[in-house]
Every structure is written in structure tokens, then in C-alpha cells.
Design a protein around this ligand. Structure first.
Ligand SMILES: C[S@@+](CC[C@H](N)C(=O)[O-])C[C@H]1O[C@@H](n2cnc3c(N)ncnc32)[C@H](O)[C@@H]1O
Length: 219
């Protein structure tokens, strides 16, 4: 795993109870993300979550979809501790982890679990260097089943234009924090990565607060 990320992985203050971390944004958006994922992604089989953070999204989907094995983790040790504590507390048999995958690595060490019916990454590719988006799509090309889904959630610009003033301001604040971060352009930045890795855009879902859920399928 690479450890060259200098910045903390999140933008918001998090509450803590023991090892368990609480993300205010995850609490706000987890119902919408769960519902979009279960509508457009598999409800059974194996899902691999990348950059799972506090583990709140993992728990929320795993509770709602007992036939889906949800493998989650994060390269950040504090996030992994939170995920491990949530898994232990929940006792859900279908919530598995935490892994320590850094998507920039060529080998995600998932030979025993792959291929996956879905790979999910929520609020990650804009709060990481673009090499993380490149690594995520390369991994989706390697580890998804044919017909499997890559599900992304976050803000995106379209054809070079921000979709709302709030996203433009958010992009500026990300770049002030780290110039390698930033809202990604679905058409100019992300579509070429999909094409390169044999993935096809299958749905875009408008979400609250000018975010999108974006679903690609592996050919
Ligand atoms: C803003 S947090 C989002 C956490 C969670 N998905 C959520 O929405 O609450 C971004 C997460 O991506 C992870 N991350 C950043 N770079 C990554 C990389 N190269 N590979 C995998 N995860 C990464 C961070 O450690 C962090 O937990």
C-alpha cells in the first residue's frame, strides 16, 4: 500500500465513540445512496467497496441486502478501525472486512474474493489525486464480472461545466486544500477511463445536493 497521501482523508469533522467514527455527510446521504445502489446494482452476490470511510454506507446497504456480501475497507487506519468496530457490533454475516486496498496499486490482493458483481466508491475520486480514479477504473476492469457494475457517487461536472454554483465552489475549496483533488468531469475525465477499461456508462442518477450516482457496466 502506498502511504504518500499527505492530507487527511476527509473534509468534515467526525464524531467518535470508541473506534466508531460518524460522518455527518454519510448520515445525510446514506438512504439515497443505498436506494440508488439497490435499484441499479446487484442485490445479491459480491460487492467490493473502496474508500469505505467510517463504514456507515457499508452497514446501511448490508442491512438492507442480506443476500449481498459487502466487502469494505479503506487505506486509512482510523477508518479501518471504525469499519472493524461496526462489523463487530452489527454481527452481520454479509458485512466483511476491513481490507486496506489503495486503488493505485496494481494488485488489490482480492484473488480469493474476485470477481465481483459490483465495485462501489462513494465520495472518493474527487478527494484523492486523479491517479486514484485511474486505479479505480483499472481495478474495475480487472476484478468485475462481465456485466458487473461500477457504482460511483459524488459531484461531477458535465462536458467541462459545473452543474451548480455550489459544486464550483466545492471544487475551488478542494483545490485550495490539495491541487491534485477536484470535482471530476464525467465526460472529459471519467468516460475515457471507462472506455480504456472496457466499461460502459449505463445510468446517471440525480441525487440531492447536486450529486450524481453514476453506474458503469463491464462489457
Ligand atoms: C471523503 S472520504 C469518503 C468516505 C466514505 N466513502 C463516505 O462517503 O462517507 C474518502 C475516502 O477515500 C479513501 N481513499 C483516498 N484515496 C484512496 C485510494 N487511493 N484508494 C482507496 N481509498 C482511498 C480515504 O481514505 C477516505 O476514507
Amino acid at each position: 500500500m502506498s502511504n504518500d497521501r499527505q492530507s487527511p482523508p476527509t473534509l468534515e469533522p467526525r464524531e467518535r465513540a470508541g473506534d466508531i467514527l460518524y460522518s455527518p455527510s454519510a448520515a445525510r446521504n446514506r438512504d439515497f445512496i443505498r436506494d440508488a445502489f439497490l435499484k441499479h446494482g446487484p442485490n445479491a452476490g459480491k460487492a467490493l467497496e473502496i474508500g469505505g470511510g467510517t463504514g456507515e454506507h457499508a452497514l446501511h446497504v448490508a442491512e438492507a441486502a442480506p443476500e449481498l456480501s459487502w466487502h469494505t475497507g479503506d487505506p486509512d487506519p482510523a477508518s479501518r478501525a471504525s469499519i472493524a468496530a461496526r462489523i463487530a457490533e452489527s454481527r452481520l454475516a454479509n458485512l466483511i472486512g476491513p481490507h486496506a486496498i489503495d486503488v493505485r496499486e496494481d494488485d488489490w490482493d482480492v484473488a480469493e474474493q474476485a470477481p465481483f458483481d459490483a465495485i462501489i466508491s462513494i465520495n472518493m475520486i474527487h478527494i484523492a489525486p486523479f491517479t486514484a480514479a485511474e486505479g479505480l477504473f483499472a481495478g474495475a476492469g480487472r476484478y468485475l464480472l462481465e456485466g458487473g457494475a461500477l457504482f460511483l457517487y459524488g459531484p461531477f461536472s458535465r462536458n467541462g461545466a459545473h452543474t451548480a454554483p455550489s459544486n464550483e465552489a466545492f471544487n475551488a475549496s478542494l483545490k485550495a486544500r490539495d491541487p491534485s483533488w477536484g470535482v471530476r468531469d464525467l465526460d472529459h475525465d471519467i468516460a475515457p477511463l471507462a472506455q480504456k477499461n472496457n466499461l460502459v456508462l449505463s445510468a446517471t442518477v440525480e441525487m440531492p445536493a447536486n450529486n450524481l450516482s453514476v453506474i458503469f457496466r463491464k462489457n
